[in-house]
Design a protein around this ligand. Structure first.
Ligand SMILES: [Zn+2]
Length: 283
């Protein structure tokens, strides 16, 4: 029957289209990493200015995502804290971010596997480990000290303790430990991704993926990007408190800027320089 043939070819064409759609979803469009970073920076600036764009999360967008697949512009590992929702603080929409969240944004093997998936199959150009100020998980780890904690909480606190021990070893004063450990934990998380995942490491080394750590400031809404991070940075006593306050004030007044991590000697650096700097440091 002619009608049957027409129907069969229509079905075949639909199957082919679906296959192509799935392939496209698998490979994903590779957005330029600087463009992706700029979108995140601009989005955070809109968030800080309380001028978010209208969310593109209507039924049309949902159907498009369901049919074509996800093409996130970045993978973000961050804390479960209800005050740190990446889509909101980067002013992104449905399908824009591949997010891995757990208390203290620690990088466990399962987290690294999730990031691997985003890098290898979704072809994200940017991976960010995002800590945040006032992190309750880090506070708990500080309060626990060397005391062993039973159960899964013990495993989480043990991971966070590494950051605390690291900043102690670098000479930070007790009063500075909390903030310093939050920064350090994000940096160590990025390092752990490189160390534990060959896929992430190769993508970062080849320049296909920009791997950064950053800290979100709950009070002013800014994301402070860490480039050279704290490894090469002396404790706060190397930077007078007044200078640190100035850097902080500058960060809040210029939210779109990629600003240097506190305690870093060089206060400003362009975003485009971050990836190479980071990659070089880990070669
Ligand atoms: Zn937290």
């Amino acid at each position: 029957m002619k009608v049957n043939r027409v129907m069969k070819s229509a079905v075949a064409a639909a199957l082919l289209m679906t296959a192509f759609a799935l392939m496209a979803a698998e490979l994903g469009p590779v957005m330029d990493r600087d463009e992706a970073l700029a979108r995140l920076r601009d989005g955070n600036a809109r968030f800080v200015a309380s001028e978010p764009q209208a969310w593109n999360a209507g039924s049309e967008r949902r159907q498009e995502l369901a049919a074509v697949g996800q093409h996130p512009i970045a993978c973000i590992v961050t804390c479960s804290d209800a005050r740190v929702p990446p889509e909101i603080l980067f002013d992104q929409s449905l399908g824009d971010l591949f997010v891995v969240r757990l208390a203290g944004n620690v990088v466990t093997p399962e987290v690294a596997a999730s990031v691997e998936y985003a890098v290898e199959h979704l072809r994200v150009p940017v991976v960010i480990v995002l800590g945040h100020t006032h992190c309750g998980a880090m506070q708990a780890a500080l309060e626990a000290g060397d005391r062993e904690t039973a159960g899964p909480m013990g495993a989480l606190l043990a991971r966070l303790r590494r950051a605390i021990e690291s900043v102690r070893a670098k000479g930070f004063a007790e009063a500075e430990l909390y903030e310093a450990a939050i920064n350090e934990n994000a940096r160590l998380g990025a390092e752990e991704l490189l160390r534990s995942s060959r896929v992430v490491d190769e993508a970062a080394q080849s320049g296909r993926v920009t791997l950064l750590s950053a800290v979100y400031n709950l009070s002013d809404g800014t994301v402070q990007w860490q480039m050279q991070l704290m490894a090469a940075v002396a404790p706060a006593k190397a930077t007078p408190p007044s200078a640190r306050a100035e850097i902080h004030a500058d960060e809040t007044s210029k939210p779109p800027q990629v600003s240097a991590v506190k305690n870093e000697a060089k206060p400003q650096r362009k975003a485009a320089e971050e990836p190479d700097t980071y990659a070089r440091r880990h070669r």
